[in-house]
Design a protein around this ligand. Structure first.
Ligand SMILES: Cc1cc2nc3c(=O)[nH]c(=O)nc-3n(C[C@H](O)[C@H](O)[C@H](O)COP(=O)(O)OP(=O)(O)OC[C@H]3O[C@@H](n4cnc5c(N)ncnc54)[C@H](O)[C@@H]3O)c2cc1C
Length: 401
């Protein structure tokens, strides 16, 4: 493809402004590049970053000061450190579809929002990331959502009915991009929506920038790359979560996406969670595990049931026949994808830790302060597990009454 050659002299002449001095002057801020994007004016950025009230020149490179307004569409709340990013007039929108099971954002959900921010913050003006999810969840603003749209107000339907709502939403909002997680929830909906919209979809995206989406092809031997398409599914742990100032997470009216329900569609009014006690460890969100430091398995069973967690165990416990083999967590057992792992009396051998590498929150109960599991844990209780279990049960029962 041949591109027309640039004429730097003509471009320079077009930016020239009248000046009283002999030196030529150019208006860089008003100039649009070939792509139509407003050029960054380094002088204006420098002025915006200056902090007033100091004799010496002080520059706020992170633009944390109150006067920093980066984009006409982007307004920042005045005041202290933890300012909220507010995009009042988004130039475009990116819809991020999240599972948010049990009303909690998973690490994968946050990565999808991170991908949305990546696309929304690039390009002309500021885009808005709209989190689309089946139920309310906490921490959406911190995870990068400018707007929130909850689909459950009149019941989340089956995949076909949800696709119809997405179709209505597509017509109503006209998003630039749709982002889905490549998992059971997002992957299915993304493909259905692509068929209904009759638009191409790029699945299993492994690398995403504002200009490029990459995925493996030919069984991983080659790479397929191109500009990010409108519909994408993203693989887990491929895109970083958003880690900047919290966004507004303004709640949108779900009525905007009401759609005629297709005949024969199944409409569910609530999501019925699976029974954690019989759930496979692979699917469990919350696992409570017993190690060699647990001797009271009666209390352990009661605690797992009271916490609505799936019971697991270390290999030593399974070898001793105290727990079934399918409960074994670790390299030669099950590798978990749970959000939270509660380890009671487990040392944290490398083979066991391999099984919980993907768990975001780990809680350990161990008598040994120097145990590897205590080091791995975000929260540790250095105490006898036989004392901690009844104490927790007591607190849980108290909370119920
Ligand atoms: C090839 C291979 C594969 C393996 N695969 C796995 C695997 O998949 N999964 C797995 O788990 N292991 C596996 N193992 C075994 C692993 O190496 C460890 O032996 C095992 O994980 C130890 O289990 P544990 O931590 O429960 O027991 P221990 O090592 O005996 O640790 C018990 C812990 O409990 C603490 N403790 C003791 N009393 C109390 C109390 N009253 N209250 C609180 N804490 C207490 C101790 O301080 C200690 O930290 C594998 C080993 C091999 C060689």
């Amino acid at each position: 493809m041949s591109r027309p050659r640039r004429d730097p002299r003509a471009e320079r002449a077009s930016r020239s402004v009248a000046s009283a001095t002999a030196r030529p002057r150019f208006d860089l801020a008003a100039t649009l590049s070939k792509s139509g994007r407003t050029r960054r004016d380094p002088r204006a950025s420098f002025l915006a970053a200056q902090i007033a009230g100091h004799a010496r020149l002080r520059i706020d490179r992170a633009l944390r000061s109150t006067k920093a307004v980066v984009d006409p569409g982007l307004v920042e709340t005045a005041g202290t450190e933890a300012k909220v990013r507010i995009v009042n007039e988004p130039a475009f929108t990116v819809l991020a579809v999240l599972g948010a099971s049990n009303g909690r954002l998973s690490r994968f959900d946050r990565q999808i929002l991170g991908a949305g921010r990546l696309l929304a913050d690039a390009g002309e003006g500021s885009g808005a990331v709209v989190a689309v999810l089946p139920q309310a969840a906490e921490g959406l603003g911190e995870a990068g959502a400018d707007r929130v749209l909850i689909l459950t107000e009149d019941g989340l339907g089956d995949a076909a009915a949800t696709t119809e709502r997405f179709l209505a939403l597509d017509g109503h909002v006209g998003p630039r991009n749709w982002l889905f997680a490549e998992n059971g929830f997002g992957g299915d909906l993304a493909r259905r929506l692509a068929v209904r919209l009759n638009q191409p979809i790029l699945t299993d995206v492994e690398h995403l920038t504002a200009r490029q989406a990459v995925r493996a092809s030919h069984g991983g031997l080659r790479e397929e790359a191109g500009p990010p398409p409108r519909l994408m599914t993203i693989q887990e742990d491929r895109v970083a979560s958003y880690a900047d100032r919290p966004c507004e997470a303004r709640l949108l009216d779900a009525q905007t996406v009401s759609a005629d329900t297709a005949e024969g569609a199944i409409i569910a009014t609530e999501i019925i969670p699976g029974d954690p006690s019989s759930m496979s460890l692979v699917e469990a969100d919350f696992v409570v595990s017993a190690g060699n430091g647990v001797s009271d398995f009666d209390a352990f069973g009661q605690l797992a049931a009271a916490l609505r967690a799936t019971p697991g165990a270390s290999r030593v416990v399974c070898d001793a026949g105290l727990m079934p083999r399918e409960a074994q967590v670790g390299a030669s057992g099950t590798v978990l994808s749970a959000d939270c792992y509660f380890a009671l009396g487990i040392a944290g051998a490398p083979q066991h830790l391999q099984g919980i590498a993907g768990c975001e929150h780990v809680i350990a109960v161990n008598t040994d302060l120097h145990a590897a599991m205590v080091e791995r844990a975000g929260l540790a209780i250095v105490q006898d597990a036989q004392k901690v279990m009844p104490a927790l049960l007591h607190l849980l029962r108290e909370g119920e009454t």
